[in-house]
Write a protein that binds this ligand. Structure first.
Ligand SMILES: NC(=O)c1ccc[n+]([C@@H]2O[C@H](COP(=O)([O-])OP(=O)(O)OC[C@H]3O[C@@H](n4cnc5c(N)ncnc54)[C@H](OP(=O)(O)O)[C@@H]3O)[C@@H](O)[C@H]2O)c1
Ligand SMILES: *[C@@H]1O[C@H](CO)[C@@H](O)[C@H](O)[C@H]1NC(C)=O
Length: 311
């Protein structure tokens, strides 16, 4: 019998990579959960191996219909705290009721387990979901940690790379390591973990680890042009700035979120383990910073976030 993998939030960017990887395997069927399947690509929606349950994240009956019979559920939600915390907890409850053995949480980020509640507001829901999973008897939690998505790192929104000025900005000494993985690599690992029935707990996967000077050097090797490096201040300056913006208006998420990511990506608190789990899935060939650059123009680097699948 084919393995049935449930993907919640199947219309999202990361989900579409996972779906592609799963459909490349024999004997795997996928059941998607979403609000409106018309967003899903027609060829995927009409695939005989893909079925869809439509419903709201707060609809336990629909969530149970989705979860029933799944060998594993992968969550790919991205949204506000209500979705990430309450929405995921209800999905976990549906998995428990329907005897789904494993739940892969919508984490795919730095090591949030090392954060205290309140330190990085966007990561609190993940800590709540992990704690909620630990109360369950049947469904086992799986957490996939990958650092920052490479597409996100290069995006204008993140505030490190300025394509127009060919500039990389940073806080700290410049020797702080950035841990990063592409959507594609992270999805390959997630699909591999989903199909590995023995895989439970926290997984650490990375495409690359480099400091900003090394990234700039590789940029120069690939594009023949050295980016300007701009030091914005110390990590303490960054911390003060982001806390000021946050305290002034916690609803101004776009004003501070990228700064929180920059801070916690490089301050050392949330690094992944030295010994990664990459070697457990040797079929995956992780994309490095350099390989990522080699497949794109400098402008394409900053636009990769919009459309992570394209060059
Ligand atoms: N480490 C990093 O740098 C980084 C960066 C980005 C994302 N991520 C992680 O990657 C994962 C997926 O991100 P993504 O880029 O693929 O996000 P995305 O493309 O925005 O997809 C988000 C998904 O969540 C669904 N969703 C949003 N609000 C919803 C709601 N209220 N009710 C039900 N479904 C809702 C969307 O469905 P609709 O189509 O119905 O809107 C969509 O399927 C998340 O775990 C996120 O934390 C990590
Ligand atoms: C789904 O989206 C399509 C296209 O935007 C729209 O026509 C349709 O009414 C939506 N369906 C539901 C159930 O909301």
């Amino acid at each position: 019998m084919a393995t049935l993998v449930g993907i919640a939030g199947i219309t999202g960017k990361f989900a579409s990579f996972i779906l592609g990887n799963l459909l490349a395997q024999p004997n795997v069927d996928v059941r998607g959960y979403c609000r409106n399947s018309s967003k899903l690509r027609e060829d995927l929606r009409s695939s005989s191996r893909v079925s869809i349950v439509e419903g709201d994240a707060s609809d336990l009956d629909a969530l149970r219909r989705f979860a029933k019979g799944c060998d594993v559920v992968i969550c790919c939600y991205l949204g506000d705290d209500t979705l990430m915390k309450d929405g995921q907890k209800l999905l976990v409850d549906a998995c428990e009721i329907e005897n789904v053995p494993r739940y892969i949480a919508s984490d795919y980020c730095l090591d949030f387990t090392k954060l205290e509640y309140g330190q990085h507001p966007a990561k609190d829901p993940m800590k709540h979901v992990k704690a909620h999973l630990e109360t369950k008897k049947k469904v086992k939690g799986v957490h996939i940690l990958i650092g920052v998505f490479m597409e996100t790192f290069w995006s204008p929104y993140f505030g490190v790379f300025d394509a127009e000025e060919c500039k990389l900005s940073y806080y700290g000494n410049g020797d702080e390591i950035w841990e990063s993985t592409t959507y594609g690599t992270a999805a390959q690992y997630t699909a591999a973990v989903a199909l590995d029935r023995s895989a439970t707990g926290v997984f650490h996967f990375l495409g690359d680890r480099k400091n900003i000077h090394q990234i700039a050097e590789e940029f120069a090797e690939v594009y023949g042009k050295k980016p300007r490096l701009e030091r914005r201040g110390s990590l303490e300056n960054l911390y003060t700035t982001m806390q000021e913006i946050f305290r002034k208006d916690p609803s101004n998420i776009y004003g501070y979120l990228a700064l929180f990511y920059q801070y916690y990506c490089t301050n050392g608190q949330t690094y992944l383990k030295k010994d990664l789990h990459n070697a457990q899935y040797p079929d995956v060939n992780p994309v490095t910073f350099k390989a990522f650059m080699q497949s794109r123009t400098p402008q394409g680097l900053s636009g990769a976030y919009e459309n992570p699948g394209s060059k």
